[in-house]
Ligand binder design. Structure first.
Ligand SMILES: Nc1ncnc2c1ncn2[C@@H]1O[C@H](COP(=O)(O)OP(=O)(O)OP(=O)(O)O)[C@@H](O)[C@H]1O
Length: 705
């Protein structure tokens, strides 16, 4: 099976690009036809069934090797057809047991490789570690798990996140308010290079929609937990469509066929196979493929409880199982047979055909297969091939984001985000309704508050309520922020666009809505209460409320980027605002706030401090309160100084500080995302290095076992 590297590798310059090839009707033994597929048969001499035979057979597109060790730099996602070779050796993944009693092994001594032109299927019972293996290979393991072993991309240790590979996750993270057409079109504009004409991008998007069999639901809204839309299988296909738009060189898919009927599953995997035939490397975890689908895979990785039961050509698996006493019964699909043989969740024992039937516990069956595979010729071939592939250094992948330039990214993201905010009732419309109701309540409770002594306290309380409680209600939009952040995380990890473009677009698209929810309810409250007359006073009131809303929105976006959980995020956001509210100069007067901590820095950090001050100055300055017979009139200036203890600078300075805070928080939001991106791999690296030494002993023990 192992063939020499030189035999298999054809210089990349000789590689035909599958997408650039003439279109033709492809013959399909299953009776399915595609009219849009490039003639990859010209480029790849696949046999009648490409899945059969050597793992390397379809690998006629191997990458050009650079013997200097420096390597040519390119972005694999952008340069269509550039091959990526992936090898993984001695992989162990562990997680600390919850009860603190030790470590749990999620993957044990796993070895394998994937080369351009092949589609590798990772199979095994539920919970056996399929997603863990995919995450490990794609460099996306969570920081709670530790990994040892060597994963090389083109013979080099290099990161696979943020733009140099595509990963279709198990759950579909899509913008619920968009239609299928919009989701794929916007994604095409974000991912495909700016140099590509818009018409061509649309053509690519249309062809991909057609490939995924989504033409019938092209104008259907995707839908989510709030509104019903596409079915689960349709959402799956939209997700895959978005990820194959750029024809990525390395594509990971976690259960791409879940929720699909057998015909749809066949079409989808067949599309992936054709993609691979154009020189791409495809690795997919899959649950229960039908025989038709199973035959489309070039190689099979069978896992049980994190251990390799089999890795090799799909067609050789039957022989392996038969040789070990588990031949596939007639009329049973081989994939069903493999999974049933190694599933220990339901049946306790299996029959083994060894010159008469012997009963073995399923645990023993799995042990037998794992050991038999480890000592098999197939496993030796795999090791040799891994050694071949790791010996020479191939191309360096360039981490990077979208093919679209920054301005296109900002434009597309702004339009998309604006549409989402406009259509999602929970984003702003619901809040507008609640704010209007709240401001009518506020306005009627403080109706025509007047100029008496009692109005001094009443005006202060009313203004504080506006600054504190109305802005506090921004947490109502938190679920929508979290959804946005989930879409961003998924797209960002796949390198669809940059962090700056996202932050700028989000700021632009949300601004008109934030202004709306400030101005309309604000006006109702202002005129019902009959605050300081004059347009400039009213305008200042609305602008200050707007600035406060911007600050809170940015604060909540920051929280959503760190705590991507509805409940925890709302509690965190509410807690931060509660502390700011306390030190904002109303519940305790500025001079009475304990020093140093609650005054410096907390009260200076609290946006309520500047909002209250600005509101008070705007309202009290220039007014006189004098309706108590025999008592002297009190000027607004005296109230500001003695009653509310506000600082003497202009109200416009307060407004400027608030606007500055909104901008600063947006920068912090940007910085936090960037920091997360930088720190996450560093933590993982550090954890795997510290764990490497401590786990060496246990790894040796596990290998011996
Ligand atoms: N971060 C983690 N912390 C603790 N346990 C984990 C973690 N990630 C995975 N596991 C455990 O590892 C095992 C394998 O999980 P994984 O998701 O890889 O399985 P799977 O084969 O993809 O399952 P399914 O087919 O049901 O999706 C599971 O028992 C899971 O609970």
């Amino acid at each position: 099976m192992a063939r020499s590297t030189s035999e298999q590798q054809i210089s990349r310059s000789e590689q035909p690009n599958a997408d650039a090839l003439p279109l033709r009707h492809t013959y399909d033994p299953h009776g399915y036809q595609s009219t849009t597929e490039p003639d990859t048969a010209i480029a790849v001499q696949l046999g009648a069934n490409p899945a059969h035979g050597s793992l390397d057979r379809p690998h006629v597109m191997g990458g050009s090797r650079d013997h200097s060790g420096v390597g040519r730099i390119y972005s694999s996602t952008r340069l269509e057809g550039a091959g990526v070779e992936l090898t993984w050796k001695d992989i162990f993944v562990t997680v600390a047991s919850k009860d603190g009693s030790g470590k749990r092994l999620l993957l044990q001594n796993v070895n394998g490789y994937a080369v351009p032109g092949t589609v590798t299927a990772i199979m095994g019972p539920s919970g056996c570690g399929k997603s863990t293996l995919l995450d490990t290979l794609a460099g996306r393991l969570s920081s709670t798990v530790k990994q040892t072993g060597e994963i090389l991309v083109n013979g080099r240790k290099q990161s696979l996140s943020y733009g140099n590979s595509a990963y279709v996750t198990q759950d579909d993270v899509l913008m619920a308010t968009l239609t299928v057409r919009e989701a794929v079109y916007y994604s095409a504009q974000l991912q495909l290079p700016s140099s590509m004409p818009l018409a061509e991008k649309r053509e690519r998007a249309d062809a991909t929609i057609q490939d995924m069999g989504l033409e019938g639901s092209i104008n259907t809204t995707i839908g989510g937990w709030r509104a019903r839309g596409l079915s689960g299988g349709e959402k799956r296909r939209v997700t895959i469509a978005i990820h194959i738009l750029t024809r990525p060189s390395l594509l990971f898919l976690d259960e791409p066929t879940s929720g699909l009927d057998s015909a749809a599953a066949f079409h989808v995997v067949n599309r992936l196979r054709r993609l691979a035939a154009g020189g791409r490397t495809v690795i997919a975890s899959i649950h229960q493929p039908s025989s038709d689908v199973f035959e489309l895979f070039s190689s099979l990785f069978l896992l049980s409880n994190g251990r390799t039961v089999y890795f090799g050509p799909t067609s050789d698996a039957q022989g392996f199982f038969s040789a070990n006493g588990f031949p596939c019964p007639p009329l049973r699909s081989p994939s069903d047979h493999y999974l049933r043989t190694i599933n220990k969740d339901f049946e306790k024992s299996r029959d083994i055909e060894e010159g008469g039937q012997v009963k073995l516990k399923v645990e023993q069956v799995i042990d037998l297969l794992v050991k038999s595979y480890a000592n098999s010729e197939i496993a030796m071939d795999v090791k040799n091939r891994i050694d071949d592939l790791t010996k020479e250094k191939g191309d360096i992948l360039e981490s990077g984001s979208s093919g679209a330039n920054f301005f296109t990214q900002v434009r597309v993201l702004t339009v998309r985000s604006f549409k989402n905010m406009y259509r999602d009732l929970g984003y702003y419309w619901l809040r507008l309704a609640i704010y209007i109701a709240l401001c009518i309540c506020l306005g009627t409770v403080f109706y025509k508050v007047g100029m008496g002594y009692s109005a001094i306290q009443a005006r202060g309380a009313m203004l504080m309520f506006v600054a504190a409680f109305l802005t506090f209600m921004a947490i109502g939009g938190f679920p929508a922020f979290v959804e946005d952040m989930r879409v961003f995380d998924r797209e960002r990890l796949n390198g669809h666009y940059g962090v700056a473009a996202f932050v700028v677009a989000n700021t632009i698209s949300s601004s008109p809505f934030v202004f709306m929810i400030s101005a309309v309810p604000g006006a109702i409250a202002y005129f019902l209460v009959d605050l300081h007359h004059g347009f400039d006073h009213f305008a200042y009131f609305v602008l200050t409320l707007y600035a406060c809303m911007l600050v809170v929105e940015s604060l909540m976006m920051m929280v959503a980027s760190i705590v991507p959980d509805f409940l925890l995020g709302i509690i965190t956001g509410a807690g931060i605002q509660g502390v700011f509210m306390l030190t904002g100069g109303f519940f305790r007067l500025p001079n009475d706030i304990p020093k140093p901590f609650w005054t410096y820095p907390v009260s200076y950090m609290a946006f309520h401090t500047y909002a209250n001050e600005g509101f008070y100055k705007n309202d009290f300055k220039g007014l006189t309160f004098d309706n108590v017979p025999g008592a002297p009139p009190i000027s607004g200036e005296t109230i500001l100084k003695d009653t509310y203890q506000v600082k003497s600078f202009s109200k416009w300075v307060d407004l400027l500080i608030l606007l500055g805070m909104a901008i600063l928080y947006r920068f912090l939001f940007f910085g936090l995302i960037k920091l997360k991106e930088r720190v996450r791999p560093m933590i993982k690296d550090w954890m795997s290095r510290t764990s490497a030494s401590s786990s060496d002993d246990s790894v040796v023990e596990d290998k011996n076992a």
